[in-house]
Ligand binder design. Structure first.
Ligand SMILES: Nc1nc2c(ncn2[C@@H]2O[C@H](COP(=O)(O)OP(=O)(O)OP(=O)(O)O)[C@@H](O)[C@H]2O)c(=O)[nH]1
Ligand SMILES: [Mg+2]
Length: 396
């Protein structure tokens, strides 16, 4: 369904170039190219999820947005027509590269919200329109909460307001008075569950010139740029991950090979206790230096990048939320010490141990030590690259 994050912002050729620039070790060029793109998001595809309970009026709303009636060709099926259990995409031609996704009703798969969110791939949408009819529902609040937790925004749409208007007039209540009451009620319901009240629109999908329907459409146009920018910022770690993943996969294989080599060296019977650990340690340090070069994070690089993105190096480092992984992680000396002690103990207390047992111990401990240290370091570094991207391109 929804495309990969990288291809949402870059063409296939640009994506290939970004990956090959990173493989060639030019992390700075990758970051600067992505920064350039952040200034021009016109071609970005924006996915708007239209959510809400079964029958709340989602499909009719999408048709209304697209200027279609239910019976028109290409319109979303509405009412009693069979509605799919898969999200369906409809182009919103009034805004280029914007798609409206008709999602199954929130209660379509039972009432377990996590199950529902997983099924509809909730995280893949950039913006949300939650459609609700006749009264505020628990599900609306829960959805809004989940959306805001992702750092994304939503519009809250009270649909079928023509029915409310009719009911109000039957009771002799002025619509603007009723409208105020509905809005107040929505706001206080959101607040009572700790949700910042979103923009609220009272609409009828049958009266497109009335109520808040025109307002909703123009708000979308006005906010489009900020919605796109927010989506782009939130996507930066994922974009970076997609760029670096091929190289990280390759490096994982190398980590494995280095660990096997350390294990093989550790198996060689040596007269001096602890020597196999030292061999493993030396190999691990060599591996760490290699990973540092390959992943491309060091002080010199950070200084150069900081000047290009106009941010102090210290801020970049801090926001990376990681130590600059140019030093040996503090856990290594401790692990090494532990291994040495254990080796010494085994060798010292049971000096008459059979050499095969000692070889097996040396091989396993060297392998495990090297593998764990390098794997952790690689994971740290790849996460640091993602954080760095966010920090280098994020606003202050
Ligand atoms: N009066 C009135 N009826 C509406 C409005 N919007 C939708 N309806 C009716 O409400 C019923 C359900 O509308 P749908 O658009 O199919 O609702 P849905 O949320 O897509 O339903 P599911 O796909 O089954 O979850 C239909 O009979 C629509 O004609 C509206 O603005 N006013
Ligand atoms: Mg529907």
């Amino acid at each position: 369904m929804v495309q990969s994050t990288l291809s949402k912002f870059f063409t296939a050729e640009e994506s290939r170039n970004l990956r090959s620039m990173y493989s060639a070790g030019d992390l700075e060029a990758v970051i600067l190219q992505i920064k350039r793109r952040s200034g021009n998001l016109d071609n970005m595809q924006l996915n708007i999820a239209v959510m809400g309970d079964v029958g709340s009026g989602k499909s009719t709303f999408i048709n209304a947005m697209r200027g279609l009636r239910s019976e028109d060709e290409g319109a979303a099926p509405t009412g009693n027509e069979e509605t799919g259990m898969e999200p369906t995409r409809y182009p919103y031609r009034a805004l280029s590269n914007v798609h409206l996704w008709d999602l199954p009703g929130t209660n379509s798969f039972g009432f377990e919200i996590n199950n529902y969110l997983k099924k509809v791939k909730f995280e893949s949408y950039d913006f949300f329109i939650v459609v609700s009819q006749s009264r505020f529902r628990e599900n609306d609040a829960e959805l809004a909460k989940r959306i805001q937790e992702q750092g994304k925004e939503l519009y809250y749409v009270r649909s079928k307001i023509d029915n409310d208007a009719h009911a109000l007039s039957m009771q002799g209540v002025d619509f603007s008075e009723g409208r105020r009451t509905i809005l107040r009620d929505c706001v206080s319901n959101f607040q009572s569950v700790g949700v910042t009240p979103p923009a609220i629109f009272l609409i009828s999908s049958f009266d497109l010139d009335k109520y808040d329907f025109p307002d909703l459409k123009s708000s979308l146009v006005i906010n489009l740029h900020s919605i796109k920018s927010n989506a782009f910022s939130l996507s930066l770690p994922k974009i970076m991950l997609e760029i670096i993943e091929a190289k990280i996969r390759m490096l994982k294989k190398r980590v494995w090979l280095m660990a096997v080599l350390a294990g093989a060296l550790g198996a060689v019977p040596v007269p001096m206790p602890g020597l196999s650990s030292i061999t493993g340690f030396v190999l691990t340090v060599a591996g760490l230096i290699y990973l540092q070069k390959q992943v491309g994070l060091n002080d010199k690089f950070l200084q150069s990048l900081a000047s290009k993105v106009s941010k102090p190096t210290s801020v970049l480092k801090m926001e990376m939320n990681h130590r600059v992984p140019s030093k040996i992680p503090p856990v290594i000396p401790r692990v090494l010490l532990g291994i040495t002690i254990v080796t010494c103990m085994i060798a010292g207390v049971n000096y008459s141990f059979n050499p095969v047992t000692l070889s097996i111990f040396g091989a396993v401990s060297s392998f495990a030590f090297t593998y764990k240290s390098l794997k952790d370091s690689l994971e740290d570094r790849s996460e640091a690259v993602q954080q760095l991207m966010k920090s280098a391109l994020g606003s202050d």
